[in-house]
Design a protein. Structure first.
Length: 248
């Protein structure tokens, strides 16, 4: 794998932000060299806008949202093992059928041992189906709507999901986007620690100013290299925190 470095002023107007080259070299030192780091950064394939619109349907969007909501704060493997039960119970996440489900049916579904019995999370299925349906009324599919969202404003998409959906705040929305094949960074503990250590974030991590500072940082790094947001997200984590274990 080869990563190119673009020859631009890395500090731009963000005088606290280190260059991509500095970030990359420190991560390589921590991971046992450039070859080991490049192996760790080997890219998962994210879909282009055209591919997303062609292969992903809105029922799969609802499915991905629901899976990540149930995985949040729970053992992911257990959710995965029960997922066929979820698909069966909620009509393969067909929007029209989900939206027609009365509350009594939702309560019965939430008590079924085929799924994970958590009524508060089950209720999000209908709420998020409504969000998707409402956006469809603007003349496009929901996957088209999110596929066309500019990568330079991923925090805006996160905010939309948090405001208009249910339980899609924090990293739940971003994890769901990745599951759908959409490239995005995350804000993990190591990544938050990096931005705090460099005094780029000083307040709450989910405030508008903090999120904008983080988005601006990723945008700047992307002008200096050819890595995806997902790769950059991992690179930041590899460059700081406790994950200094090297690749053998």
């Amino acid at each position: 794998m080869h990563f190119s470095f673009n020859q631009q002023d890395p500090f731009h107007s963000m005088d606290k932000l280190e260059s991509f080259k500095s970030l990359y070299h420190r991560a390589a030192e921590r991971k046992g060299g450039k070859r080991a780091l490049d192996f760790l950064l080997d890219e998962v394939h994210y879909l282009s806008n055209a591919e997303l619109k062609e292969v992903v349907t809105d029922d799969r969007v609802l499915s991905a949202f629901t899976k990540k909501i149930f995985q949040s704060g729970f053992v992911w493997r257990v959710v995965e093992n029960k997922w066929d039960g979820f698909e069966e119970s909620f009509f393969q996440f067909n929007l029209e059928k989900v939206l027609m489900m009365p509350e009594e049916m939702m309560e019965r579904k939430a008590a079924d041992p085929k799924i994970i019995r958590n009524y508060n999370k089950v209720k999000t299925i209908k709420a998020n189906a409504q969000m998707i349906f409402d956006e469809q009324q603007n003349g496009h599919s929901f996957i088209e709507f999110i596929a066309n969202w500019p990568a330079s404003d991923m925090i805006g998409l996160w905010a939309y999901l948090k405001k208009n959906g249910q339980r899609l705040g924090g990293n739940t929305g971003p994890y769901a986007l990745r599951a759908l094949g959409i490239d995005t960074f995350l804000i993990t503990r190591d990544i938050e620690a990096y931005f705090r250590a460099h005094d780029i974030v000083t307040g709450g991590i989910q405030t508008k100013s903090s999120l904008k500072a983080i988005q601006d940082s990723f945008n700047q790094w992307q002008t200096e290299c050819d890595l995806s947001l997902s790769q950059l997200s991992r690179l930041v984590a590899y460059s700081t925190g406790d994950n200094s274990v090297q690749v053998a």
